[in-house]
Design a binder for this molecule. Sequence first.
Ligand code: ZN
Ligand code: ZN
Length: 355
Amino acid sequence: MLKDRISSAREYLERFGVDAMLFVDLCNIRYLCGFTGSDGALVVTREGGMFLSDSRYTTQAAREVTRFPSREYRGKLDGIASLIKEFRVDKVGFESEHMPVAQFRSLTDVLPGVELVPVGTELATLRQVKDAQELELLARTAEVASLSLLDICSEIRPGAKERDVALALEFAMKRAGAEEKSFDFIVASGVRGALPHGKASDKTIEAGELVTLDFGGVYQGYCSDETVTVAVGTPNERQREIYGIVKEAHDLALAAVRPGVTFRELDAIAREFISAQGYGEYFGHGLGHGVGLEVHEQPVVSFRSAGEAEAGMVFTIEPGIYIPGWGGVRIEDTVVVTPDGFRTLTKVPKALMVL
Ligand code: ZN
Ligand code: ZN
């Protein structure tokens, strides 16, 4: 499996006309060589490569990195520079979105005669089509998070603080096997629901409010992402109406997921439906994003995106309506594109839950 990932990384060498690629982004490093520590660098050449890290990680690298030899450095930049000199390469691509300008300048200084070629957003597509092993991990983390939410539903009640709900969910998720949460949970009740990114606050949940919960876990490095909006007590007519519109937009977009559909089309399906109901101005963000080793990664599913869905891609469908002074509704599922459609990884049913 890792061999295929390395071959796809090597395709970038051809595409950008470079002799080697220097990786410093930890997600790309983990993806390509399996290293899970918090610092290191990977150089991939046409025929070989080398993983570099400091003494804290020598033992771990020996265990985790099997596709490349590993070497310990004392200073990271010096280690990278001497390796590049040893490889006798003239042009080296680097992740321009992950290398600070100061580091780039220092490397340029110590590598006279070597051309450092910035490789930017093109590289972000490296991880967007998932392999079987990744899909298994993504399914597992999504399931753990979904079941944990269902487990703590009784905590979402009048008098409970948003923060306490978030803590209960985090505890349940970790107890069920998640290593970490994939981002700070959003628990936005009542009027706070109008904040698409309303992190859990000290606000007390009241009867008659909608509560939006956006949450996810991490399992073996892979993230999940799901949003559920629930009603605490019997919802009123407007709450039902707006929930129904978001749910329909979500279902319509979801049903259109298959290889070949463009991201713009998917976004437009949800957006046009919401607009036709008169709420277009209240749906500001894009429809979704890729999920993998990072909770937000390629592809971007929005009105601004080029590109189309391919089998093996994993992304979210998350339309929402946010009305200042009233509140909001967002419904989010993470799906994997299959050869003939899609499969949902997140598991909380999306019919309006009344607690
Ligand atoms: Zn989310
Ligand atoms: Zn999301």
